[in-house]
Ligand binder design. Sequence first.
Ligand code: ADP
Length: 355
Amino acid sequence: MLIIDDDLADRYIYRHNLVKDKMFEWSIEEATTGTEGFAKSRSVEVDCILLDYNLPDDNGLNILSTIKSTNPYTPVVLITGQGNEDIAVESMRLDAQDYLGKDRVTSPALHRAIHNAMINMEFRREIDEQQTELENFGRIMAHDMREPARSIRYLMDRILIDGEAQLSNDLMRYVGMARDTSGRMLSLIDSLSSYTELEKESPEYKILEFSQIIEAAKENIGSVIAERDVRVIYDELPPVCGDETQLVQLVQNLLVNSIKYCDEETPVIFISAQRKGDEWMFNFTDNGIGIKEQHLKKVFEPFKRLDITPEFEGSGLGLATCKKIIERHKGSIWCESTVGLGSTFCFTLPHKEQS
Ligand code: ADP
């Protein structure tokens, strides 16, 4: 345990309370400044840190973010002065596992905060490890499966061209079906690939005209737009700061969904933006089938597809990819919808001056 606090009396109280901990026999290190504390957090193996907010050389929040930038899995409990809720909230945002007011440091409260912090961190580490494993698995799968799937599609194409004279109509129909299936498999592999690749590639931020992003996305799906006579309507839109490839992918996924999940003759998508403080909030409103209230959050989870008829093909990764892209741009994404009337997908992106 590392205690970072310049007040001798406070350090004595924490030590005294930690000795009473029945679950752990703590070996305790102490530091009296943020700099010394950070150095010790790197040189000594630390299971948990008790960090005072008021330190002589810096405030506890700055020390907290320095510690977390190098030891993200070290549990930290911040000790704040009386009634300072703003600091407490900020400390949670900076990934402190808990906070305690100085006036509330009793043995049980301290033990509870430390034990919970350690358990939470252990869970987090396990989840992150599993997530990384899953992403590696997905990446390898996507990479290794693309070639065989392409070969199958190519061979089916050859049979359809060369075998026409020799094969019966039924056999030609089956080969056609197998060809379509391999095409679907390839598009699933592509979705999986773009989802897993996002983790690997670091975004290249630049100032982009949002209308150009929309036009690029429309061009990529030109045939679908023409086939369904889709109308994408927008007025003047602001520039944003972001990664061009990722933002085109985001818009493309949203447009594809609005078209796919629309049973009207003409899919219509309105795009607008409003300034919200330091960010722009974009709205994509469609006239599609809509999404039930209880599914509005679930649709952003990977591989979550709603209980819909088989004619709507997909991988369940389109919106998960959108969410990942927006999170990588430090924004948020959500959906509002009325079944039968349509959905509005909203997301935030940094205002260009923020870059
Ligand atoms: P996919 O379309 O490949 O199934 P997505 O992650 O893009 O996967 O979407 C998840 C689910 O959310 C879809 O299966 C669909 O049920 C629902 N959905 C997404 N976009 C819309 C939309 N614009 N209107 C209605 N439902 C939608």
